[in-house]
Design a binder for this molecule. Structure first.
Ligand SMILES: CC(C)(COP(=O)(O)OP(=O)(O)OC[C@H]1O[C@@H](n2cnc3c(N)ncnc32)[C@H](O)[C@@H]1OP(=O)(O)O)[C@@H](O)C(=O)NCCC(=O)NCCS
Length: 183
């Protein structure tokens, strides 16, 4: 497995919301300044029923708090700083954070994960498509994702992007399925 450099990945692009044609930004978190507003926006999204239920119930049984958002932000910024993992945030044109999508390794086989605030639904499919394109250009060979069998919205995002089921990639015992896409 070869190691990927961040050079071709650290770029800002536009993402169109399905059904409205509204434009959002897909930004490496390294290009976003840390501030209490940004932490609050992440916390609000990750506390939403749908996101909390699928991603954080087991990890943060007491609820998702501002400290969790801050920790995520700093972990994500370190990824770009040290070139180990690459988190992009989806923002409105005004800079409000409404989603996240990442590439969790700098090896050419990497896991991807994502969430989108339900008030801004219609971004995940297009954002994953863009991230897969950036990853392919940067030299990644395979992306994979792990998902619970009942998380049909996420499975549809993967299938719309040409991911196919391959449970060989499943390492997280909380997930039922794995999907992969050869780039
Ligand atoms: C799963 C999740 C990321 C989906 O976010 P989203 O932005 O609403 O996703 P989509 O891009 O699919 O957009 C929503 C709808 O727009 C439509 N759509 C969006 N892009 C489209 C495209 N390019 N072509 C056709 N339809 C499209 C779909 O019909 C979709 O509806 P559906 O869910 O009934 O299939 C979001 O619900 C979420 O954050 N869930 C919790 C976290 C989670 O489960 N993460 C994944 C863990 S594996």
């Amino acid at each position: 497995m070869s190691q990927i450099s961040k050079d071709n990945l650290e770029v800002e692009t536009r993402i169109t919301q399905f059904g409205t044609s509204k434009e959002y930004l897909l930004k490496p978190i390294s290009l976003i300044h840390e501030s209490p507003d940004r932490f609050r926006e992440i916390c609000e999204s990750c506390s939403q029923d749908q996101i909390y239920k699928w991603l954080f119930t087991k990890r943060f049984p007491e609820g998702y708090g501002l400290e969790n958002a801050k920790e995520f932000f700093l972990w994500a910024q370190d990824g770009w700083k040290y070139g180990t993992h690459f988190v992009y945030l989806l923002t409105t044109q005004a800079g409000e954070i409404v989603g996240s999508i990442d590439i969790r390794s700098n090896k050419d086989l990497a896991e991807s994960g994502y969430w989108v605030n339900s008030n801004h639904a219609g971004l995940a499919t297009n954002a994953l498509s863009k991230v897969a394109q950036l990853a392919s250009n940067a030299g990644y060979k395979t992306l994979f994702a792990q998902v619970e069998s009942k998380n049909t919205r996420s499975i549809k995002v993967l299938e719309r992007n040409g991911f196919i089921r391959d449970d060989k990639f499943k390492v997280n015992e909380n997930c039922d399925y794995a999907y992969k896409k050869m780039l």
